[in-house]
Design a protein around this ligand. Structure first.
Ligand code: NDP
Ligand code: 8X3
Length: 253
């Protein structure tokens, strides 16, 4: 077997692109998400193009029992996970805090923070037990600065930043690398989810400039996990050329 990478949120966007690219670079991949038919389609696409082995795990990262059952239930040969890409995440709604939907807040906190913790709690001991591994947390520029109406999403990504630093310290003596990759605007299903299926609003997000693609971010992730054993990228911020940070964009360039 090749080194094994587990990617959460592989049914779409950054996670799907990362699974494909890791397979291209000779990782065997565990692809996870809730939409099983997408995982089956991705498995077929990987196996059509590359020689990597693929294992599907269908679970909701918010459900700790599902996470535990899925990972414990894998064949032993798949349990030797070397790379974990904590990518599953979402923004739901874009409102001033005083108008926010509690259910949206709970989805973001449960997915972006608690889900990441549940998966990490299951996988990190495999790495610390071996004295080797790499955890890549997908943060965001929303974890660097807070923008109007971003409130709870920004808070959840600030939490990912803090947890990344905490993991790096706590697993230092076990030789586990921990990286956060913090993208700016990436054209995926992210805005359709944020705007609850409003295609027009989602499309507007990416108009007038060239956004990043899932592939662009996947390239950086794969570069990061393929560095020599003694080298770690702690934190990578990646935006389109047209975006300086959460506030400044060069539209209609
Ligand atoms: P997509 O909506 O395209 O993909 C999100 C992925 O997360 C899907 O595969 C989805 O799978 C999975 N996911 C969401 N909720 C759950 C859940 N409860 N359980 C399991 N899987 C879940 O968005 P992106 O690819 O853009 O997002 C990936 C990550 O990148 C997120 O953490 C996001 O916050 C971050 N990010 C995105 C940016 C952007 O502009 N697009 C910028 C900065 C960061 P499924 O629905 O099948 O379960
Ligand atoms: C996604 C990027 O700017 O919409 O995390 O928060 S942003």
């Amino acid at each position: 077997m090749n080194p094994i990478a587990l990617i959460t949120g592989a049914t779409s966007g950054i996670g799907r692109a990362t699974a494909l690219k890791l397979a291209e670079y000779n990782y065997d991949v565990i692809i996870t998400g809730r939409r099983e038919e997408r995982l089956v389609e991705l498995k077929n696409a990987i196996q059509y193009s590359f020689s990597a082995n693929v294992h599907i795990l269908t679970f909701d990262v918010r459900n700790q029992e599902e996470v535990t059952r899925a990972i414990d239930g894998m064949p032993d040969k798949w349990k030797d996970i070397r790379v974990l890409i904590n990518n599953a995440g979402l923004a739901v709604g874009l409102n001033h805090l005083q108008d926010g939907e509690i259910d949206d807040w709970e989805r973001m906190i449960d997915t972006n923070i608690k889900g990441l913790l549940y998966v990490t709690r299951k996988v990190a001991p495999i790495m610390t037990g071996k004295g080797d591994g790499h955890i890549v947390n997908i943060g965001s520029i929303a974890g660097k600065e807070v923008y109007e109406m971003g409130n709870v999403y920004c808070a959840s990504k600030h939490a990912v930043e803090a947890l990344t630093k905490a993991m790096r310290i706590d697993m230092l003596r076990d030789n586990v690398k921990v990286t956060s990759i913090s993208p700016g605007l990436v054209e995926t299903e992210f805005s359709m989810v944020r705007f609850k299926g409003d295609q027009q609003k989602a499309d507007q997000t990416y108009q007038g400039y060239t956004p990043l693609t899932g592939d662009d971010v996947a390239d950086v992730i794969v570069y990061t996990v393929n560095l020599p054993p003694h080298v770690n990228l702690n934190n990578v911020e990646i935006t389109p050329r047209a975006q300086a940070n959460s506030f400044y964009k060069n539209i209609n360039q």
